[in-house]
Design a protein around this ligand. Structure first.
Ligand SMILES: Nc1ncnc2c1ncn2[C@@H]1O[C@H](COP(=O)(O)OP(=O)(O)OP(=O)(O)O)[C@@H](O)[C@H]1O
Ligand SMILES: [Mg+2]
Length: 230
């Protein structure tokens, strides 16, 4: 049984008199423990697809089944709940709260879960330790390096123990050395059985993943195992 499945999924934008089809009948299944790169040229539909997988956006047509639930029919409140429970999302620009410490940023997603405050703090501390930031709990985002900020964002994505981790160009704002460090962290998380999908247009990043899905004009043009790792 797939962790998630999308069937004949399309996303259209009405632009004046024209319809722009960002996704055009995509079919895809993701298994538990998969480590997938979604690649493709600029405008091929990568972010559109990731946003739908992450319940940040809804398809125009087609089905999205996540953990055996049909997400495509849910209203925004239900989607928000599923997102909080099932999804960890990581953005290129980190999207941290600038005036909140690393710890407070990571506690954030737990506020919607009914947990005692001490338990929330304990889990957030543990998540930051897990990404190597146990000594930076009280730092504000602007007191951290780019790589450290992305680690905070990864801890925030992981703190709810999501069934799937989604990342849109997570190393796009990082130098090459820091990029390698962050990709090693994703590799470690995958080794711990975390399901991961990373959007990237860089072959160097896709190389880390075990499966590479290439989009072209909103369609799956290629879906293959990473031969380098086979
Ligand atoms: N909100 C929107 N309204 C209208 N068109 C959109 C919207 N969002 C995306 N598009 C269009 O949909 C297509 C796919 O966009 P998307 O952002 O998914 O591409 P991408 O593969 O992530 O590209 P990049 O590598 O540049 O980030 C593009 O042609 C884009 O212009
Ligand atoms: Mg994009």
């Amino acid at each position: 049984m797939s962790l998630l499945r999308i069937e004949n999924l399309s996303k259209e934008y009405q632009m004046g008199d024209n319809v722009l089809r960002a996704l055009d009948g995509v079919n895809l299944g993701i298994e538990r423990g998969d480590y997938v790169a979604i690649t493709g040229t600029s405008g091929s539909g990568k972010s559109t697809m990731l946003n739908i997988l992450g319940c940040l956006d809804r398809p125009s047509s087609g089905r999205y089944i996540l953990n055996q639930k049909d997400v495509s029919q849910m209203d925004p409140d239900e989607l928000a709940e599923i997102r909080n429970r099932e999804i960890g999302f990581i953005f290129q620009s980190f999207n941290l709260l600038p005036r909140a410490s690393a710890l407070d940023n990571v506690v954030q997603p737990l506020i919607y879960q009914h947990l005692p405050r001490q338990e929330r703090l304990r889990r957030a501390t543990e998540a930051l330790q897990h990404v190597g930031l146990g000594a930076r709990l009280d730092h504000l985002p602007n007191q951290l390096s780019g790589g450290q900020r992305q680690r905070v964002a990864i801890a925030r994505a992981l703190v709810t123990k999501p069934s799937i981790l989604l990342a849109d160009e997570p190393t796009g704002n990082l130098d090459s050395r820091t990029t390698i460090e962050i990709m090693r962290l994703f590799d470690d998380l995958h080794a711990e059985h975390q399901t991961i999908i990373i959007v990237t247009h860089e072959a160097e990043i896709a190389r880390h993943c075990h499966r590479i899905v290439r989009l072209e004009d909103g369609r799956v043009a290629e879906d293959r195992r990473n031969r380098e790792l086979a």
